[in-house]
Design a protein around this ligand. Structure first.
Ligand SMILES: [Ca+2]
Length: 190
């Protein structure tokens, strides 16, 4: 009888372990699902914000009949580009009686503010933006807007001739070039 009792208890323990195993597996799947859903939502938001920026960049060139100044500080922690884009795309500027620009709406999540810092337009992927222009010589043909992506690293430089020029840097050491998750959009000037 005692041996029967032991085997009954042993079987219960195995069952318990199986149940714990299944629960762990389901929890893992659930958490993975939540992470994937969150990432998909962020990717979509980043894409939409870049498209909104393009609309407002197009409006900027139409209002001012020129591009904004070149972002001179292109590097991997390019807060300055995001500060300039906030200034050009989100803040209305008076021209005589009317106000131009500033069409892009901002909220607590897409603007980063800090003491002693200019407000900066930030990506739903939490990184900064970079922008530059593509053209030949002095002639600028289009804006190039770059969201540095989930790794927040640009992995390239902005050339006045060619726009964004990627390199093969891998600053976060994940074996992928930093530019591979960048989102890039271009706006022609007419
Ligand atoms: Ca990147």
């Amino acid at each position: 009888m005692p041996s029967q009792h032991r085997s009954a208890r042993g079987f219960t323990l195995v069952e318990l372990l199986i149940v714990i195993g299944i629960i762990t597996l389901l929890m893992g799947m659930l958490i993975t699902g939540i992470i994937i859903a969150k990432r998909t939502a962020e990717d979509r938001a980043a894409d939409m914000q870049l498209k909104t920026m393009i609309m407002n960049a197009t409006q900027y060139t139409a209002d001012w009949n020129e591009f904004p100044p070149f972002d001179p500080t292109v590097n991997n922690s390019n807060r300055r580009g995001s500060e300039l884009l906030y200034e050009y795309l989100c803040v209305p500027h008076p021209i005589g009686e009317r106000k131009v620009g500033g069409g892009m709406s901002t909220n607590d999540t897409n603007v980063q503010r800090g003491t002693g810092m200019e407000p900066a337009l930030i990506s739903p992927l939490h990184g900064f933006y970079t922008y530059g222009f593509e053209g030949r010589g002095e002639r600028r043909i289009q804006w190039v807007l770059v969201d540095s992506g989930r790794d927040k690293l640009l992995g390239g430089t902005m050339s006045a001739e060619k726009g964004f020029v990627p390199d093969n840097s891998d600053a976060n050491g994940d074996g992928k070039a930093d530019h591979l998750d960048n989102l890039i959009e271009k706006v022609s000037m007419h």
